[in-house]
Write a protein that binds this ligand. Structure first.
Ligand SMILES: [Mn+2]
Length: 357
């Protein structure tokens, strides 16, 4: 963790401020190891403070070695104002994305001894490239869903509701050791599978339905993200088989392109090209993928407007889909680690053919 603080200090230095306030709770955890729900960091050239309240002081001391834990009595902002009285900082950076407007107004009022400067994505940029320990945690989170997948496939049948199946899946994932769900399970059947983010409803799964299942869990603070689409019944309609094969071909073409030095936007363009070539371009509206780490969506994005160049150690999803309104949709999503010479696919669940349940 202290290595991360050291790297952050370089970015702080480059951005021209003297000290930096970290208020995004995922960034607090990433930098300090503190897993509580309330805490902020003040990072200066020679100090690293963790401000948290009495619920967490003991835990913070244990989880965040190298940080001086200061207990908040009233509000962290008032405590920060007191602490800054005794310091020489003139320019304080803060996380533009993780301060509300109300907090900002209050900061301006209470922290009048410093000039405040909003900074963008400082810690998020550090988080772009994962170390092997982080990749291990992501691999574990991916593996947990892989393991539960055949189990839940056996429980998807005509006559059961989406909600019932999703609930059972969540129980199975938590039971297998997931710290928590990375996001609410997406499970949509039949025509509803054309909703890329369909919430499990009371709809009963019927024979002939495509069932789109998207879920992820958190292990040791790191997320996984997974999508497969299965068919209820033995024989797919030709359109179901066709969109499955096109999505699979697009997904594999995207993965084949991934390696250090490739533009994220080019991977997206390649995937989109395969889908458009088969005439389904207008039915793939979202991005090809996204970075994955302490948050389920983080940098880099694999999309049309991405600016990042892929680098070894980044972890991304590759998840194209085709969604035909009122008929159904298919998405296939794997998690991959970017290596020097290619993509290492972490997701092991089968995808080569449309699974029939
Ligand atoms: Mn995803």
């Amino acid at each position: 963790m202290l290595e991360r603080v050291r790297r952050l200090r370089q970015l702080i230095d480059e951005s021209g401020v003297e000290a930096f306030l970290v208020t995004g709770i995922d960034n607090v955890r990433y930098l300090s190891g503190f897993t509580g729900s309330a805490g902020v960091l003040l990072i200066g050239p020679d100090e690293a403070l963790l401000l948290t309240d009495a619920r967490y002081t003991v835990q913070a001391g244990a989880e965040a070695p190298g940080f001086e834990v200061v207990t908040v009595e009233k509000t962290w902002l008032e405590l920060l104002a007191e602490l800054l009285q005794n310091r020489v900082y003139q320019l304080l950076g803060f996380e533009a994305a993780h301060v509300t407007h109300q907090q900002f107004l209050r900061m301006r009022e209470l922290l009048s001894m410093v000039e405040l400067r909003p900074l963008k994505d400082l810690v998020e940029r550090l988080r772009l490239v994962k170390d092997e320990e982080e990749i291990r945690a992501i691999r574990q989170a991916v593996g947990l869903v892989d393991e539960a997948f055949p189990w839940i496939v056996d429980r998807i049948r005509a006559g059961r509701s989406e909600r019932e199946i999703a609930l059972e899946l969540e129980f199975a994932l938590r039971d297998r050791g997931a710290e928590r769900m990375a996001f609410e399970i997406i499970l949509a059947s039949g025509a509803r599978s054309a909703l890329p983010h369909g919430r499990p409803s009371g709809k009963v799964v019927e024979k002939g339905d495509l069932v789109l299942l998207d879920c992820g869990v958190v292990c040791d603070g790191y997320c996984s993200d997974f999508t497969r689409t299965v068919l209820v019944g033995a024989v797919p309609e030709p359109w179901q088989e066709e969109i499955y094969q096109v999505v699979l071909a697009a997904q594999e073409a995207g993965i084949r392109m991934i390696r250090t030095g490739v533009l994220a936007a080019d991977v997206d363009a390649r995937v989109r090209e395969v889908i458009a070539h088969h005439g389904y371009g207008e039915y793939f509206g979202h991005s090809t993928g996204h970075g994955l780490g302490v948050q389920v969506h983080e940098l880099p994005r694999l999309g049309r407007f991405s600016e990042e160049t892929l680098q070894a150690g980044m972890v991304v999803t590759v998840e194209p889909g085709i969604y035909l309104p009122d008929r159904g949709g298919v998405r296939i999503e794997d998690v991959v680690v970017i290596r020097e010479d290619g993509a290492e696919i972490l997701t092991l669940a089968p995808k080569d053919r449309l699974i029939r349940v």
